[in-house]
Design a protein around this ligand. Structure first.
Ligand SMILES: NC(=O)c1ccc[n+]([C@@H]2O[C@H](COP(=O)([O-])OP(=O)(O)OC[C@H]3O[C@@H](n4cnc5c(N)ncnc54)[C@H](O)[C@@H]3O)[C@@H](O)[C@H]2O)c1
Length: 370
């Protein structure tokens, strides 16, 4: 079990196969109130309803279920309003609890609903995609999309508990699994910087080496049996917690987590969000390595090592040919890390595992590389 403290809030993390079966214990420990609202999606409940019913149908709480639409569609003002309304109809008070069981879209939406209803009710996150387990449900960012763009309304709000159970990953599509693997590879490329600048203690072998020598096994493993997968998920969560613990609101160090994301966001936008987030980040990480090679911060061999690892994880490494590159350039120009004609980039620095997260690159130089 891990704990994260952030301001006045404290989050309990239970990570590992079988962690979900401890839900009642965890609810007991966080004083979850009389009522529990479970927010999920059909593609999760169609696989996991028996397990979810078993742990919640104990008669200890009044349970209210709400199934939201698949994917990004649920991250809307409409669905936020529907959740608020149901909470009100069932007389939820500040001691009651909202439980999100799903991918990053569900945990983002439920987190924002919990943050805003009565200025904050109890929240328990049960991320069920690899991306949500290592990234979206960790770190306190919540939010919904607005017509003008993604994640434009949101808040920082920490759950009382997060349950990261790899057994859920066994029903993910390959594409969704691979997308989460891109974020794990990202942590491997940040591990030394995180160890140097936070209290994170790396294991005896760098995550990068573990991934390089075991990627085949990880990609074919049964998620509910693989200790290796559980181990790399735990390392990734510990790294993110260490970074967020040092810099919650992305004033400085937290920016390192954007490795691969500046170009990645541009690609996602240009493809109207049809490409999984991790796939876009994968292309973005290769691009960041290319920029680092051009800026003489990284040797060509190291850049090739990264491309090879991403390829082993069945992730794309090149910008799709039919994409409108002007949209990517436009998105990068609008990036919040831009100042005038330069943009602050996260670039691998000297050795894989280390990054410079404030490196200023001229926009014209980036355009040449696309
Ligand atoms: N808050 C943050 O810090 C943060 C960070 C990264 C991404 N995000 C957000 O996360 C979202 C992307 O998350 P995602 O990649 O998890 O996608 P997602 O939440 O859209 O899930 C993808 C699909 O997988 C299904 N699914 C979830 N768990 C499943 C399971 N165990 N078995 C079968 N199907 C399952 C979902 O129902 C959905 O249809 C985006 O909205 C993004 O903005 C947030």
């Amino acid at each position: 079990m891990l704990w994260q403290a952030s301001g006045e809030s404290r989050t309990r993390f239970d990570i590992g196969v079988g962690a979900f079966s401890k839900v009642q214990n965890i609810l007991g420990q966080i004083s979850s109130g009389k009522r529990v609202m479970i927010i999920s999606q059909r593609s999760v409940t169609e696989h996991w309803l028996p397990e979810v019913s078993e742990v919640f149908d104990t008669g200890k709480h009044e349970i209210v279920d709400i199934n939201v639409p698949e994917g990004e569609e649920c991250k809307s003002v409409d669905w936020l309003m529907k959740i608020w309304r149901r909470l009100q109809e069932h007389h939820f008070d500040r001691h009651d609890t909202l439980v999100a069981i799903g991918g990053g879209a569900v945990t983002d939406l439920a987190g924002f609903a919990a943050a805003t209803y009565l200025r904050g009710i109890n929240l328990v996150l049960v991320p069920t995609t690899l991306l949500a387990q290592v990234d979206a449900a960790i770190g306190g960012k919540t939010g919904i999309n607005l017509p003008a763009g993604k994640n434009l309304a949101g808040s920082f709000y920490f759950p009382q508990a997060a349950i990261v159970d790899p057994q859920f990953l066994s029903t993910l599509t390959k594409e969704q699994f691979n997308s989460g693997m891109a974020e794990i590879i990202k942590y491997a490329l940040l591990e030394k910087t995180i160890a140097d600048e936070t209290e994170y203690k790396p294991g005896p072998r760098p995550l990068l080496e573990i991934l390089e020598s075991n990627m085949e096994e990880i990609m074919h493993a049964d998620p509910d049996k693989s200790e290796l997968l559980a181990g790399i998920i735990t390392s990734s969560v510990r790294m993110k917690l260490a970074v967020v613990g040092k810099d919650t609101k992305e004033g400085n160090l937290r920016r390192c987590l954007n490795l691969g994301h500046t170009l990645g966001h541009g690609i996602e936008k240009a493809m109207d969000y049809s490409l999984p987030h991790g796939n876009a980040v994968s292309i973005g990480m290769v691009f960041a390595c290319e920029v680092a090679v051009r800026e003489k911060m990284l040797d060509r061999k190291s850049a090739e090592r990264v491309t090879k690892l991403l390829t082993k994880a069945h992730l794309p490494t090149e910008i799709p040919v039919d994409i409108d590159k002007r949209v990517i350039v436009e998105a990068m120009t609008q990036d919040k890390k831009r100042q005038g004609n330069v943009i602050k980039f996260v670039l691998p620095n000297k050795k894989l595992g280390s990054v410079d997260y404030s490196y200023e690159v001229k926009l014209d130089n980036l355009e040449d590389l696309l």
